[in-house]
Design a protein around this ligand. Sequence first.
Ligand code: ZOZ
Length: 687
Amino acid sequence: MSELIRYAVEDGVAVVTIENPPVNALSPGVPEGIQAAIERAEADPAACAVVVIGGGRTFIAGADIREFGKIVAGEKPRLSLYGFLERIEDCRKPVVMAIHGTALGGGLEVAMAGHYRVAAAGAQVGQPEVKLGIIPGAAGTQRLPRLCGVARAARMCALGEPVGAAEALEAGILDALIEGDLRAGAIAFAREAAGRPARKVRERQEKLAPADLQGLRAQVEKRMRGQRAPLAAIEAVEAAAKLIFAEGCAFEAKLFNECLFSSQSKALIHIFFGERIVGKVPGIDKDTPVANIAACAIVGAGTMGAGIATAYLNAGIPVALQEASPEALEAGAGRIRRNFESAVEKGRLTPDEAARRLSMLKPTLEWEGFGTADILVEAVYENLELKKQTFARLDTLAKPGAILATNTSTLDIDAIAGATGRPEQVIGHHFFSPAHVMRLLEIVRGRSTAAPVIATSMELAKRLKKVGVLVGNCRGFVGNRMFHEYMTQAVFLVEEGAAPEFVDAALEDWGMAMGPLAVGDLAGIDVGWRIRQEFKHLEQPGVRYPRAGDRLAELGRYGQKTGKGWYLYDADRRRQPDPEVAGIIEEAAREQGVARRNPGREEVLERTLLALVNEGARILEEGIALRAVDIDIIYVNGYGFPAWRGGPMKWAELEGLPGICERIRTLGWEPAPLLVERAGGAGRFDA
Ligand code: ZOZ
């Protein structure tokens, strides 16, 4: 028996335990081991039935995703699990799948090859393959509709969201929930089942009536715009109602392979592992001390301060919130209240839970709570002098060992840390607006930031349900430094004659969640303007700078908050083009002597996207980002870059780095040296 699979007979039932930590993925050896154990049980006179169960924290969490890359690269042959699953289903003794943790993807597919499925109450089952740009590839699209009907199966396979045990039981995916010990319960279930004839899922027909999936298609086209796999998943499930099982499987396999070899799946698998890789920081390991964050204090109750406070309260961490005036404090507390009200309206929180979280907020004009907080967060205006004064103040208030975090999005962490007597405790926590919603937390280390402060910040990010990415200190860090180059091109393009809605539509059709000018309106044009004023002294003569946004800011067109910016907004914050803006842009172009023409869609994409990539390569070269994948995770989670394109750096790799260098040169720019080097070498940024 393989080391990955244990076999034992208990109470007359063969118990097959999968031991492939951490998540019992179907790595090489696991399917073979399960099959051998099933065959042994079938021949074992001491066993009347079989239970398959996961050792450790979960049942099988799916195929081993690392193997996909090897298959696509041609290092390994394609693997088919169809025969293996039919062998389980053909077992002459009943096979009971006992599920705890998560039975996902290939895990659920294995479970569905059993004659029965029982689960612990907290278990989840699902076909999340679309999140990796693929579809179920081991008959999931054919067996699932046989258990729960075409409509529900199509929804599960197309959206990829897992369902809880109770729902799965009601849907027919599970046969029973087991209270108490799962293993003992499953053995008892199996003993009973041994007396009854067992049915093969592949032979079931009663739930296979065709369903109308137009609504689901429309939902997928909106929510997962541009992605192939969700639509392929619907097609494959639909086929279950039209074809016999074997033909349905062949159809699924064809679509699975098409998706597996696509750029979309390479991109999404890169993002899956990337989200886990960013948590690994050289020099920080499990021995690095992590402080317990039991209380937080925030100075500044504006949009960011209120959003950050909401995120802490959601994580169960009490917050002291300080403002200078009663009006500003009340306005900030009101923002936080509205965040919770909106969560209640959307059904995400019960009114009681919202009230409980809100009760952990202590607004203060007098810095109460700042002396006992484990972390003090600064969220004041983006102005270096103001930030330095604030930090000098925080330094006098904070207890020894407290972390002092700045939410600056562009300013020098070392200059801010220098205003305190404890620069080793100072770190950047750059949240993204709305801070309680956006998943990204850019964690910015200064020259002196201590390792435990970094380790604590990375842990804290998880508690706040964020993806924490550690970056180095420079103007704009990773995200905003790149965004600056991207936005500059967007504004240049409008100054040259492309309408704002044309630029935004080109990028949104390409997959960005929101075009750059619409993002400017959301974040506040005044914010960008303020930052440009802060760095105005660095401008050089003879260099072109984007000016149209400044003109808008000077006219009080700050974006959504004033009802107009690059666009006009109605009461529901829906945007529409504003004819007045064209005149303002033309005027800005005239002042600078910019020739007006008509840039096309391709040019919009080339200039904005290549600006991102080229700056990303410089950032990588300077060591501001630890790895290219860190940049991708920042862009996917903080800037609405489509995950299915892999983030800017992976996108460039998938396009081919030599070609990217050429295209940058065609624009008349100099490709970053690292880009040139990698284009001439491995064609990859990370090893
Ligand atoms: O890890 C969470 C999760 O969601 N995993 C992915 C689940 C998934 O997407 N399953 C479907 C896989 S695709 C599939 O199964 C295709 C299919 O239909 C089969 C067709 C085969 C046909 C073959 C033809 C070629 C999970 C919820 C499970 C656990 O979350 P946690 O937060 O507890 O733990 P993580 O996420 O930190 O994970 C722990 C370590 O395990 C690694 N890992 C997780 N799932 C993996 C996997 N490695 C390989 N394959 C998987 N399916 C994860 O990277 C992490 O590693 P470390 O090194 O960072 O610790």
